[in-house]
Design a protein around this ligand. Structure first.
Ligand SMILES: NC(=O)C1=CN([C@@H]2O[C@H](COP(=O)(O)OP(=O)(O)OC[C@H]3O[C@@H](n4cnc5c(N)ncnc54)[C@H](OP(=O)(O)O)[C@@H]3O)[C@@H](O)[C@H]2O)C=CC1
Ligand SMILES: O=C(O)[C@@H]1CCC=N1
Length: 312
C-alpha cells in the first residue's frame, strides 16, 4: 500500500515539505501539531490509523543536481530516523527518480522548470502521474504545455513552516478528471499533515505566494524589530526574541483558534491613556500598515514575473 513520492529539486522547500511529511508519518504516538488540530476538514497526520491508505506516501525519492547537495540531504534525512534514512537521494538522475515515482513534487527554481521537464524521457516518465508544482509564478498554462496531456498537473504554494508541520499551503483548484477524488485525497494528505491546507483558484496564486509563501520572511522582520526594541530597552537578546516570538504565535492563534478579529485583540490590549496606544501611534506615524501591505503588493507583482524567461 502507499505510493512513491519524488521531490524533484530538493532544496529549502523540498526539505521543509519532506521533513514535515516524514515527521508526520513517524509520530503516530506523538500529539498532532496545533495547526493540524485547527483545521477541522483535514486529518492532520499521515499516519494511517485504520486500514492501509493508498493516499499516504510510503516511499520517498529526493533529486538534486550536485553530489555535494545529495550528501547534505542524506545527513539531514538520516537524522530524522529510519524513515528519513530510507529516502533515496539522487544527484543528476531525474529520469530514474521519476520512473520510480507515482507522485512528483516539483520544487526546483522557477526558471529551471522548463529545462528540467524537457530532459529526454521525462515527459514519458510523467505519463499519467500527478505533478504538483510549488514554483512561484509558473502557471498551469505553462506547466501543461511542458508535459503530456495525460500528466495531471496541479499547483501548490506551501511555506517553510511546513518543516515543523505549521505550514500554510494553498492548492489550485483541481481539474475534473476520473481521478479527481483520489488526487484530492493525496494532496490533502500531504499538505494537511504539515499544516493548514486550502484550495483556491489559480488566479490568486501570486498573492498567496507573496502573503504566505514569502510571509515567514516578512514576519521575521517584524519579529526581529520587536526583539530589537526590547534589547534597546535593556532586555537580554535571547529573552527578547522569546518574548517576541511567543507573543506573535499567541496572537496568531487567537485569530486562528479563537476566531478573534485582529482589531478586537488590539482594542482589548489598548488601555485608554496607557502605553499600548502610545506605541500604536508611533507605529502609525511610521506608516507600518501601508509599508507591510505594499510589501505584499510588490512581492505579488514580482511573483508574477518569476515564471517568465530571463531577459538577456
Ligand atoms: N523558499 C521558500 O520559502 C519557498 C519557495 N517556493 C518555490 O520553491 C521552489 C524552490 O525554492 P527553494 O527551495 O527556495 O530553492 P533551492 O535553491 O533551495 O532548491 C532548489 C533545488 O533544486 C535543485 N536542482 C537544481 N537544478 C536541478 C536539476 N537540474 N535537477 C534536479 N534538481 C535540481 C537544487 O539542487 P543543487 O543544490 O544540487 O543545485 C536544489 O536542491 C522555487 O520554485 C520557489 O518559487 C515556494 C514557496 C516557498
Ligand atoms: O522568494 C521567492 O521567490 C520564493 C517564493 C515564495 C518564497 N520564496
Amino acid at each position: 500500500m502507499g505510493y512513491t513520492l519524488c521531490v524533484l529539486g530538493c532544496g529549502t522547500m523540498g526539505i521543509a515539505v519532506l521533513s514535515g511529511v516524514i515527521d508526520s508519518l513517524d509520530t503516530a504516538t506523538r500529539p498532532m501539531s496545533n495547526a493540524a488540530k485547527w483545521e477541522s476538514h483535514t486529518p492532520g497526520t499521515l499516519t494511517p490509523t485504520g486500514p492501509p491508505d493508498a493516499s499516504v506516501p510510503t516511499r520517498f525519492v529526493a533529486c538534486v543536481s550536485r553530489e555535494e547537495s545529495a550528501t547534505r540531504l542524506r545527513s539531514i534525512f538520516g537524522a530524522l530516523g529510519p524513515l528519513g534514512a530510507g529516502v533515496d537521494v539522487l544527484a543528476s538522475r531525474n529520469l530514474e527518480a521519476i520512473q520510480m515515482a507515482d507522485v512528483v513534487l516539483l520544487c526546483c527554481k522557477p526558471q529551471l522548470a522548463h529545462t528540467i521537464l524537457g530532459e529526454p524521457g521525462l515527459k514519458e516518465a510523467l505519463d499519467g502521474k500527478l505533478l504538483i508544482s510549488i514554483l512561484a509564478g509558473v502557471t498551469m498554462a505553462q506547466l501543461t504545455t511542458w508535459v503530456l496531456p495525460t500528466t495531471k498537473v496541479i499547483r501548490a504554494m506551501p511555506n517553510t513552516p511546513c518543516k515543523i508541520r505549521e505550514g500554510m499551503t494553498v492548492v489550485s483548484t483541481l481539474p475534473v478528471s476520473p481521478s479527481t477524488e483520489v488526487d484530492r485525497a493525496i494532496i490533502l494528505k500531504i499538505f494537511s499533515s504539515i499544516g493548514r491546507c486550502r484550495f483556491l483558484d489559480e488566479k490568486h496564486f501570486d498573492a498567496c505566494t507573496a502573503l504566505s509563501g514569502s510571509g515567514p520572511a516578512f514576519a521575521c522582520i517584524f519579529l526581529e524589530a520587536m526583539a530589537d526594541g526590547g534589547v534597546m530597552m535593556g532586555l537580554p537578546r535571547a529573552e527578547a526574541l522569546e518574548l517576541a516570538a511567543q507573543t506573535l504565535q499567541g496572537t496568531a492563534r487567537m485569530v486562528l483558534q479563537g476566531g478573534a478579529h485582529p482589531a478586537q485583540i488590539k482594542d482589548a490590549v489598548t488601555t485608554p491613556g496607557g502605553c499600548t496606544i502610545a506605541g500604536l501611534l508611533a507605529m502609525e506615524d511610521g506608516r507600518v500598515r501601508s509599508t507591510i501591505a505594499r510589501a505584499i503588493q510588490v512581492a505579488t507583482e514580482r511573483a508574477s514575473e518569476l515564471g517568465q524567461p530571463i531577459k538577456k
